[in-house]
Design a protein around this ligand. Structure first.
Ligand code: NAD
Length: 442
C-alpha cells in the first residue's frame, strides 16, 4: 500500500437501506477514498469476453492494478488469470463466488462482465461492499432492476459507469457538438439500423452435460432453473429472455443512447410503436426477435429503430449506424466514422451546412475506462451514470416487451413506473428471482 494513501473505513447500516442480502455478504462496507496519485485496485467478475477486454483497458493505464478475478467457469478463470500474469505481471486472487471476492477489502472498483441477468444483484452487492462499479451494458435485463440500480448508486454515492462507451469517444462527441450547436439545422428524425448475422443464433443443439469446472447453478443465479444447453451459455445467452434481450438490447442500448444524447433525454419512452418477429429459419436457436422495427415518438422529433438479424448490409453500406436527419444536413455515424451530408440551398447555390468527414475512428472503451478511473479519483460525474444507462435500457426493454406481449402500441408512465394500457406488459416489469436470490429492495 502506498504511504500517501488516505485510507478509512466506512460502516454502512444495511438496515437503513432496506436491502435484503444473502448471508454470505460482508455485514460492513469497507471503502477508501482513492486520491489522485493512488493506484486503483480493480477486480473483474465475469471474465470470458467483454469483461476481460475492459479489464485489459484498465491495466493499460499505469494507475490501475488487478487484485482479484472471479468466474464460475474454472477454465475461463485460469486462462484469463494466466494472461494477466503474462501480459501485466500481476497476480490477482481468484474466486468462483463473487460474494467472497467482495469481501476482499483492498478492492476499490469492480468490473461486471457477466451476462445481463446478473448485473443488478452484483452491482448492488458491490456498492454495499463499498466498491465503485463498471457494469457492462445493458445495465440490467429488466425495468425493475434498472430502477433498483439507479437508487442503489444514488444511495451509496459511488461511481457507477455503465458500459455504453460511445459516450466517451470522439465520433459521437463530435456528432453531439454539431447537433447541439445547430450545425445541421433543426433535428427532425434519427434513423438507427443494426444488422448482424449473430442475432439469429447458432444451429440448435440438444441439452447436454454441464462442462467440467463450471458452477452452472451460479451461472443461472436468479434466473429459472433449467438443463444445461451450450446455446444458452457463454456468448449465446443474449438470445434468451431469461438472460438477455437479443439484438434489440445488445445493440439497442448503444445506438439508442446516442439518439437520446442529442436532447439529453434521461427518461423512459412515453410511447412506442413496435413490430417484432422471428422470420429467419427455425433451426437456429434463439427466443429473441430477429426482426424489429420500432418508432419512439418524442416531443419534437422521432427515433426509428430498424434491426434485421441474419443480414449484414445496411444503409450507407454500413451494418449498423445512425442517421441524424436535420433540416440543413444529415450526420451519418457509427463507431468508426462520421460523415456530414449537407442539404443544397438552391436559392443561394451553396450547401446549407459545412461538410465534415472523419472515417478512421476506433472503439472508445479506453476513453470510457479512463473516465471511470478519473471520476473515482475526482468525484466528478462520470460519462455514463445509471440514469443514462436506465434511459437507454428502458427504451429497449419496453420495445421488447411490446413485441413479446403482442401489443404494438404501449404507453409508459415514467413516474409510476408502469404501462398504462397493458396489464400483460406490466407483468414483465419485474423478474421473479429464483431462491435463494432475492431482488434487492430499494
Ligand atoms: N460494451 C460493449 O461494447 C459490449 C460488447 C459485448 C458485450 N458486452 C456486455 O458484456 C457482458 C458480458 O458479455 P460477454 O459477451 O462477455 O459474455 P460471455 O458469456 O462471453 O462472458 C460472461 C462471463 O461471465 C461469467 N459468469 C456468469 N455468471 C457469473 C457469476 N455469477 N459470477 C462470475 N462469473 C459469472 C461466465 O462464466 C462468462 O465467463 C454482457 O452484459 C454484454 O452485454 C458489452
Amino acid at each position: 500500500m502506498e504511504t500517501n494513501r488516505r485510507t478509512f473505513v466506512k460502516q454502512t447500516t444495511l438496515a437503513s437501506a432496506g436491502i435484503g442480502l444473502a448471508s454470505m455478504l460482508p455485514s460492513q462496507a469497507w471503502a477508501r477514498v482513492v486520491a489522485p496519485g493512488d493506484k486503483v485496485n480493480v477486480a473483474l467478475i465475469g471474465c470470458n469476453s467483454m469483461g476481460f477486454g475492459i479489464l485489459k483497458h484498465h491495466l493499460g493505464f499505469p494507475d490501475a492494478i488487478c487484485v482479484a478475478m472471479c468466474d464460475i467457469d474454472e477454465k475461463v478463470l485460469n486462462e484469463r488469470a494466466a494472461e494477466i500474469q503474462k501480459t501485466f505481471n500481476q497476480t490477482p486472487k481468484l474466486y468462483k463466488d463473487f460474494r467472497k471476492l467482495l469481501e476482499q477489502k483492498d478492492i476499490d472498483a469492480v468490473i461486471i462482465g457477466t451476462p445481463d441477468h446478473w448485473h443488478c444483484l452484483i452491482t448492488v452487492y458491490a456498492l454495499q461492499a463499498g466498491k465503485h462499479v463498471y457494469v457492462e451494458k445493458p445495465m440490467a435485463n429488466t425495468i425493475a432492476e434498472c430502477n433498483i440500480m439507479v437508487k442503489a448508486a444514488n444511495y451509496y454515492k459511488k461511481v457507477v459507469q455503465v458500459g455504453q462507451q460511445q459516450r466517451s469517444g470522439f465520433i459521437f462527441q463530435k456528432s453531439m457538438e454539431l447537433i447541439k450547436t445547430g450545425k445541421i439545422g433543426k433535428l427532425r428524425k434519427i434513423n438507427i439500423w443494426a444488422n448482424f448475422n449473430y442475432g439469429v443464433g447458432p444451429d440448435a443443439v440438444p441439452d447436454g452435460e454441464i462442462p467440467a469446472g463450471v458452477d452452472y447453478d451460479m451461472w443461472l443465479g436468479p434466473a429459472p432453473k433449467r438443463p444445461f444447453n451450450a446455446n444458452r451459455f457463454h456468448g449465446w445467452w443474449r438470445l434468451y429472455w431469461d438472460y438477455g434481450g437479443g439484438l434489440m438490447s445488445d445493440w439497442g442500448v448503444h445506438l439508442l443512447d446516442m439518439a437520446l444524447w442529442t436532447k439529453d433525454i434521461v427518461k423512459a419512452p412515453e410511447k412506442v410503436l413496435v413490430y417484432g418477429a422471428n422470420t429467419y429459419h427455425e433451426k437456429k436457436a434463439r427466443e429473441t426477435f430477429d426482426s424489429m422495427s420500432v418508432t419512439f415518438p418524442k416531443d419534437d422529433f422521432v427515433i426509428n429503430w430498424d434491426m434485421t438479424a441474419g443480414v449484414q448490409r445496411g444503409p450507407y453500406d454500413m451494418m449498423y449506424g445512425l442517421a441524424f436527419v436535420g433540416d440543413d444536413a444529415t450526420i451519418v455515424a457509427n463507431r468508426s466514422k462520421i460523415n456530414v451530408f449537407p442539404e443544397w440551398d438552391d436559392d443561394n447555390k451553396k450547401n446549407k451546412a459545412e461538410e465534415f468527414k472523419f472515417l478512421d475512428g476506433k472503439e472508445s472503451h479506453n476513453e470510457h475506462v479512463r473516465n471511470f478511473l478519473d471520476c473515482i479519483k475526482s468525484g466528478q460525474k462520470n460519462a455514463c451514470p445509471p440514469e443514462i444507462g436506465r434511459a437507454a435500457a428502458l427504451h429497449v426493454h419496453i420495445a421488447n416487451i411490446a413485441a413479446r406481449v403482442g401489443e404494438p402500441f404501449l404507453l409508459w408512465d415514467d413516474e409510476k413506473n408502469q404501462f398504462t394500457n397493458s396489464a400483460a406488459a406490466n407483468k414483465l416489469i419485474t423478474p421473479e428471482y429464483r431462491a435463494p436470490w432475492t431482488l434487492p429492495k430499494f
